[in-house]
Write a new protein. Sequence first.
Lengths: 269, 246
Amino acid sequence: MSSRWRAGFWQGVERLGRMATAPLNQWLDELDFLAVVLMSALAGLTIRGQWPFLLRHTWQQIYFTAVQRAFIFTVVGLIIGALIALPLIVFGIHDPRLLGRIMHIMVYHQLGPILAALFVAGLSGAAITAELGELRANQAIDHLAAMGVDPYSFFVWPRLIGMALSLLVLTFWLNVGVTVGAAVMLNVYQNIPLSVFFRVCISGLSGFTILLTGLMVASQAVHIILVQISHAFRVRAYVDIPRALPNAFAQSFIGCLVITLLFSLLRYG
Amino acid sequence: MVEIPSVRLCRLVLDVQPFPAPFDFKAWPDQLWMLVGAVDSGRRELIRTIAGLAAPRAGHVELFGQAAERLWPRANARLRRRIGVVLEQAGLAPAWSVFENLALLVRYHNLAPARDVEGYVVEFMETCRLPHALLTRLAGDLSPLESSWIGLLRALIIRPELLLVSGYLPRETLTADYGVWRFFQDVVQPMRMTILVDAGPQALPIDAESRLLVMDQGTMLAAGPTSELRDHPDARVQRYARADYA
């Protein structure tokens, strides 16, 4: 009996250990995948005729991710801006400089990039996983690989560049929407002139904070793409696609939160 | 001029269970080989291994005199553009049109200048006697029969020197009186490529001219012209050579 208890105890310890190391393993898998993608891209892009594909598919990715979603991001940005302004109105914060500071710390540095990443992971990321998962399940990727098309430089690289550029643009656009939404609410309820609010919001921006936010957003985009595509490449049959989609979304979003946390610690810590 | 085999398998051990015996095999240009054998005899794995989609347990695969696994990615890509592959599924991108599916490899491998790609694809469809109307349709809207034809065409459009076919070839016709065997005789064989077909014993007629590669338990049982294999000491080989599947 005691040996059974002991075995159970050690199995429990092993399971706990596995749970604890799972995020690290996922991170290492992601780095491994990134290394393969980079090596493949370096080798693939030196082959004649690859650049038109890269440019064409990168533009397609930007179109599907940024251009088609611009309207949604505008609406979402305006609503979130209004929602952020309401507690400030309730607390009776009138000082424009304090309001500008709140916008910087809360929205531009943290909430804006997180929301943009959430939307992009859910909309474009899921579409990428579904599309590539289907190509994997119906052997299209196998066919192309066997006939000389490098799946990493052909499928991953354009999406990586397209997603990074799109997420930068969308984060900026979302922040613009949030600023306008908050400005309108504060103007209506607290008579803070729009021009004053916009000025305090812009004046707090420095080259360093923009660079740091840009790096954070680019890291989030790379993370989203690597997670979504690595899940898609693990698909073996059509039945795997419905399982891959939520897992990829959850993993990419949690990763984006961790990236934001790390950059915030770097910024304020 | 010394002729180099299109495919050379050296002491190859396929990654199947149980551990199979190693075997050697050579396929020369302009030869058509039909892979025959029971279910799970390793035919599919052999095609995947030659195509570079599966790694062997031991031995190596040489394509046109080069060991593919030892090449740098760029040289490997150059080598692989000489190979056409048709696996069990058609493997088309469903959201793309048939034209985009066919044009992809033409563009990727620079087989025609950008402005001539459309003409290249249309001309190829004419050569294969398939209707142009297919080109504008989405691959996802095609019937399974149409998809398998387009999958075969995509492998042939790069005018490969080696064609690997796994799974069932389309046995029915898309155009009246034009079956797959006539397609092979009229279109594929004049391209003078090496062909390895694992397409089920009934896909192409086995006659005295054909060559068989008989697989069993992950290894090669026999290989050679059908006429020679009819008197092979192994009864299983004789059965395939005499096309006696009853």
